[in-house]
Write a new protein. Sequence first.
Length: 276
Amino acid sequence: MSHELVSTQWLAEHRQSPDVSILDCSWHMPAAKRDAKAEFLESRIPGAQFFDIDLISDTENPLPHMLPKPEKFASHVRKMGIGDGKKVICYDSLGLFSAARVWWMFKVFGHNDVAVLDGGLPKWKAENRPLEDGPPIRPQERHFTARFQSMMVRDKSDMRKALQVADARSPARFRGEEAEPRPGVRPGHMPGARNVHYATLLNPDGTLKPEAELAKVFESAGIDIAKPMVTSCGTGVTAAILSLGLTTLNARDHALYDGSWTDWGSAIDTPVVTGE
């Protein structure tokens, strides 16, 4: 298994280790009408803290859950008991969805000892592993150093010259056949972008596909993982699943468009393509 993932068995054996921090990174699309924090309080992996993607963001930016400033990120994760020597395990309640975004955020802020729980909470529950509820125990605050890795992030001006773009949205949204979930965002995709729907990287149980299958998914979409590329989606959440897959394949040169389609599609001066 890739260094970027841990199995439910590994976590069961190591969850009580003093140098392991577990984060419930669950987040849902607004249309799902689910409260991730309330669900965390009802049922979670023992010892987990809740990572709020909307809170730990640049809340002054009108775009949803954009990366926060390094100081804000450090301040929040310190309070979760995460320090420079900790191994961080990210999971979510859908299997493998928003946990990849938080995995990517830790990488962006220079903390490489981070992994995603393969299969997430659904797999943990299916195996009848222990759960807890109620307010979590507040951990001891640690020292966390955030070191921003700018080469992992792209903005709209960068995207105007991006040569390879992998768009993680559904085929219908990519082609512009389905309305975008956020008002004021045009349907379609960036010129030259390739559609790599994030779900095609996953097995039915929410685990990441084996490396050989991942490589075929990118190849069949027309993506050359040996060349520089940028991942994108609606708001920078599922793009991180592509980034996780690329990192698993040892692709060296890839970044994530943080504003993603909500940024590009809501601008008035950006070219938009529909269809394939």
